[in-house]
Design a protein around this ligand. Structure first.
Ligand code: GLN
Ligand code: ZN
Length: 764
């Protein structure tokens, strides 16, 4: 039977034990020794489970108390000076880098956090200086290897490779200098030497950066790093592991190096199969074929996987093929066993991390059979897929027909922007530099208890409704008192901008325990798009209409856009993403139309996660993603008349390279995160001749700090210098739900008075 490979297991634990242990430590409820014990118990459980499922290569060092990139920085002694010199011990330093440190006179900002490629996992961005003193620090890799061995389990230690590490790190000095490169390679070489002394048999280097667009400099950096590391491997077999894409520009380069094995992603790596088939695999080398997705929650399609494996076996000896996951299982929930309340007709189609282990060994067995067609596992797998096709909720003829019937004009507002904005200005009578917010207001204890009361049944839906309406009344009154021009209802009825809509649309499934690590101790529980999506009834209309009835000022309708709903869910796999996006867009479109009918004049459709699933390769951006993503947004917002204003909000990312697409979204007002990037986003907008209204966030809402009036005035002045004041709005960077009420009121007051001051100078 072929060997199987696992390259990472969800470390948070099946009931998020790690979250509780680490947070308990942060809160001072447990000491570090206790945390260490709990962590060891989790590692042991995960190793034994993988052994029990018959996995041949079981990883170690995939565990982390916070994040693997941070662990790698630690291993390399890449501790920025401000942390190294703060007089903290090792553990304090580690967590200070992760989340900042404020005690006594020591006040350290955390390292930056970024999304790990196109996933929703966030890593800690290491910070390197020209004189960073790289050296092997700590013994995590070796200790975890020995720890597993003492449980009778031989593991394959995994490391984030030096190339990916260096390319993702933030370089404070002059980038990857030869000194930095050689020093980092030397540490990895030493790791290999020490693993040799432990008689370790194989090691894994993760280099997902190889799946991005590489230039000649990248390839030579990669080559020179491994040219100095691999001679140290001794008796260890080295696996070069890649994921999230294909090796279209490095396939030959990597095989020229002394790796023993190459791990390829055959789920997201579109071209990998073709690369192997046309360029071959050198004799004596093995291939880890990532055919079981580490990112989808669906059961594997055995026929599809077997056909990839057979395709590989045409090019190389079948024994050299190891059956693996496409990437670490970190990105999927732990197990479907804890989803007892999900009907079996749905649950049977899902495979989370634990179930995927079983799929690996089953596939390895089936692959070894000369004719697997009558094998019960394959028969069951095929039957299951048939069953899914026939589930009514899975395939709604009305929804399919509606998408199929879409015409070009469904994606456009009738009128051009110039005409629309003239109508809107006449309708709303707003001052120049109008003020507004992004939607949510602070989530007080009162709202939380209302929501949990409704869930537990301790209050009636009527009481809940009355409670929410009271909060809306207070929020409208508060905004009028502060003097904001375009109001919001506060979003009290939603706990989460995606889950709320998912719960009110058909086609979505929710898990009880389907947590996935997002960063550190934080997890998310993405809904699963199971069937065709539609909107059975209006969702937000009653709340917004109520809010509008309380004031003469405009209140914005507040919706989450189709691309964000899709990107923060687990999508179904049998439909192209673009088609799912159009289904969701039509549901949002119905809500947009109903809001307009209810007299709402301004509707905001948020696309916070617009960029998230952007392919790693630029050449794939448009055809594989942006073309349909932008169309989905346009489809959602275009049923309204010219005098109805469409606003959108975007945050969390870099926008400079998708400006043309942002223009194509054709929103009347773009409220965009800007404060943290010092308004550089305005420069890109200007360079791209952005010609619609813009509200660059004037202050960062991610900290409790209250920005002064003068500071905001300064920000507005900068904006004015870059953009026509007639098309500028004044607003915070993002929603206010994570902030306290007091600081929010103080900040908004300063924002409004700053806007008024600048306005006063405008009219002179
Ligand atoms: N309207 C949402 C809010 O204010 C937007 C949140 C977001 O961009 N992440 O909370
Ligand atoms: Zn935001």
């Amino acid at each position: 039977m072929n060997l199987t490979s696992s390259i990472g297991y969800p470390r948070i634990g099946e009931k998020r034990e790690l979250k509780r242990a680490v947070e308990g430590f942060f809160e001072g409820k447990t000491d570090f020794d206790r945390l260490t014990l709990e962590a060891a118990a989790l590692r042991k459980r995960h190793w034994l489970l993988q052994k029990d499922r018959g996995i041949s290569f079981i990883p170690s060092n995939d565990f982390s108390l916070y994040d693997g990139m941070l662990d790698t920085a630690f291993m390399l002694n890449a501790i920025p000076k401000r942390f190294a010199g703060a007089g903290l011990d090792d553990i304090e330093t580690y967590f200070a880098m992760a989340k900042g440190y404020q005690k006594g006179k020591v006040d350290l900002r955390a390292l930056e956090m970024k999304k790990w490629f196109n996933t929703n996992y966030h890593y800690i961005v290491p910070e390197l200086e020209d004189d960073t003193d790289f050296s092997l620090r700590g013994d995590k890799v070796f200790a975890e290897y020995a720890e597993a061995l003492s449980e009778g389990i031989t593991t394959r230690p995994g490391l984030i490779g030096p190339f990916t590490f260096l390319r993702l790190a933030r370089h404070r000095g002059s980038g990857v200098t030869p000194r930095t490169r050689d020093a980092v390679a030397a540490v990895y070489g030493e790791v290999l030497r020490r693993l040799n002394t432990l008689r370790c048999e194989s090691v894994r280097f993760d280099e997902p950066f190889l799946a991005t667009d590489l230039d000649g400099m990248d390839l030579s950096l990669f080559a020179s790093l491994y040219e100095s590391i691999l001679p140290e491997k001794g008796g260890i077999r080295v696996l070069l592991q890649t994921y999230f894409g294909d090796l279209r520009d490095s396939y030959d380069v990597v095989w020229r190096m002394d790796f023993d094995s190459l791990g390829l992603d055959f789920v997201e790596g579109r071209r990998n199969l073709e690369l192997v088939r046309t360029h071959g695999v050198p004799a004596g080398k093995t291939l880890v074929a990532g055919v079981v997705s580490g990112r989808s929650v669906w059961r594997n399609d055995f026929d599809a996987s077997l056909s990839i494996l057979k395709g590989l076996a045409d090019t190389m000896p079948a024994e050299g093929i190891v059956i693996g996951t496409s990437c670490s299982l970190l990105h999927v929930p732990y197990t479907t066993r804890h989803e007892a309340s999900m009907p079996e007709k749905y649950r049977s189609h899902l495979a989370f991390a634990e179930e995927k282990l079983g799929e690996l060994t089953t596939l390895a067995r089936l692959f070894g059979l000369s004719d697997p067609s009558s094998d019960p596992a394959l028969v069951e797998n095929r039957a299951l897929r048939e069953k899914k096709k026939n589930l009514a909720e899975f395939n709604s003829p009305e929804v399919r027909a509606r998408v199929a019937a879409l015409k070009e004009e469904d994606f456009s507002r009738g009128a051009e922007f110039a005409e629309r904005i003239a109508l809107q200005r006449g309708r709303f009578d707003l001052p120049p530099l109008p003020t507004t917010t992004i939607g949510s207001f602070p989530q007080t204890a009162e709202v939380r208890s209302l929501r949990s009361g409704l869930k537990k049944g301790s209050i009636t839906p009527e009481e809940y409704g009355e409670g929410i309406r009271k909060m809306i009344r207070e929020t409208i009154a508060l905004q009028e008192e502060i003097g904001i021009d375009v109001l919001v209802h506060g979003e009290y009825e939603r706990n989460d901008m995606v889950e709320y809509f998912g719960e009110n649309l058909s086609g979505f499934l929710f898990t009880e325990n389907g947590w996935v690590q997002s960063y550190g101790t934080r997890g998310v529980k993405p809904p699963i798009i199971f069937g065709d999506v539609s909107r059975p009834a209006p969702i937000t209309v009653p709340w917004i209409a109520y809010a509008q009835s309380l004031t003469k000022k405009p209140v914005k309708g507040m919706l989450t856009g189709p691309v964000t709903i899709l990107n923060w869910s687990f999508p179904r796999q049998d439909l192209p993403l673009g088609e799912i996006a159009f289904q969701i867009a039509l549901a949002v479109r119905d809500e947009v139309a109903d809001l307009e009918k209810a007299g709402i004049g301004i509707i905001q459709v948020d696309e916070a996660a617009l960029r998230e699933k952007l392919p790693l390769r630029k050449a794939d951006w448009n055809a594989e993603y942006l073309d349909w993503a932008i169309k989905a947004f346009r489809l959602a917002v275009s049923p309204v008349r010219g005098e109805t204003q469409i606003q959108t909000h975007m945050c969390y990312s870099e926008f400079s390279d998708i400006m043309d697409e942002i223009k194509l979204m054709d929103a009347d007002v773009l409220l965009i995160e800007a404060a943290r990037s010092d308004f550089s986003v305005l420069d890109s907008l200007r360079e791209h001749n952005y010609d619609k209204d813009v509200g660059p966030g004037v202050y960062d809402i991610h900290s409790p700090r209250v920005p002064g009036e003068g500071e905001i005035e300064g920000m507005i002045e900068i904006m004015k210098g870059k953009f026509d004041p007639a098309s500028l709005w004044v607003n915070p960077d993002c929603g206010l739900k994570t902030r306290g009420l007091e600081e929010t009121v103080a900040s908004l007051k300063n924002m409004v008075s700053a806007a008024k001051k600048v306005r006063g100078r405008l009219s002179k």
